[in-house]
Write a protein that binds this ligand. Sequence first.
Ligand SMILES: O=C(O)C[C@H]1C=CC(=O)O1
Ligand SMILES: [Mn+2]
Length: 374
Amino acid sequence: MPICAIESIETIIVDLPTIRPHKLAMHTMQNQTLVIIRVRCADGIEGIGEATTIGGLSYGNESPDSIKTNIDRHFAPLLIGQDASNINAAMLRLERSIRGNTFAKSGIESALLDALGKRLNLPVSELLGGRVRDALPVAWTLASGNTEKDIAEAEKMLDLRRHRIFKLKIGAGEVCHDLAHVIAIKKALGDRASVRVDVNQAWDEAVALRACKVLGDNGIDLIEQPISRNNRGGMVRLNLSSPAPIMADESIECVEDAFNLAREGAASVFALKIAKNGGPRAVLRTAAIAEAAGIGLYGGTMLEGGIGTLASAHAFLTLNKLAWDTELFGPLLLTEDILTEPLLYRDFHLHVSTAPGLGLAIDEERLAFFRRDK
Ligand SMILES: O=C(O)C[C@H]1C=CC(=O)O1
Ligand SMILES: [Mn+2]
């Protein structure tokens, strides 16, 4: 294939409203901020990617502002003039000069895959080796902060046949109150739904030791990141003692973290996130480590909009087993998106088309309206 140079890279910060406040242990989201990445190539093809985090710097090491600045100032000069079709070479070039910054790398890798797919007339899932499914089961997060509201929201999702897996965000309140909240929701939904919790690192080990037992004994299927990512020994001990499986989320900030967690036995399920590994190809390296270690897989999200959600979905479609399903509901938390077509959620699944690249197009008017610098 002749060399097709990267001509320009544009980063655009977009602020979109959410359907309701989304309450996490470390931050309450009132809206969501996406960083859209447009990689323009010499053959006129444009690759589109997204790098999105939650709550500025309250969740991870990168913020929308740092992602934009770092791509504009540090990534773009390394990539302009390089072959857009050689994703290995482009990503290795970044890796040699740029430490960390996996969110920004993920957005760039997604955009390069989108461009290559459009160039070759193939969906990104096929560039990643081929899909073994066309749709993914999708969990919903109940995070209004109110038990009755959360139960009503879950009932609505079941009626709509949109979700039958619910993740509850806890950790911000008193432990006893949080446990009562979770147990009340599980009681109301019974066997009609899988109920899981995400503590977002809020507990210490002593609290988690007791709380995980209560959760497991009350029918909670999965406990996500109960304690700090820094307490790896504690994760190992909890994973041994908890009656419900422990899932690592914040513990994985790169592929090497995944290897160390697997080696130490610190979790029996991994949340896969393209943003935390450096892209759709990078996340599959973490998936391979998990598969080799007998660790279950869950398709995670950073509450991306449609672009990041599809980039994640194309990677997850290629996996042999996704024992714990996915939570790719980000676009459904937003009242607006910037794509010409919404993603297709039906019968508890996200359905992913086989259109070239990520299979999406930007609605330029909406983008112009929602971009922060307009
Ligand atoms: O998992 C997280 O910690 C982040 C995110 C994913 C779903 C959700 O509601 O929040
Ligand atoms: Mn989480």
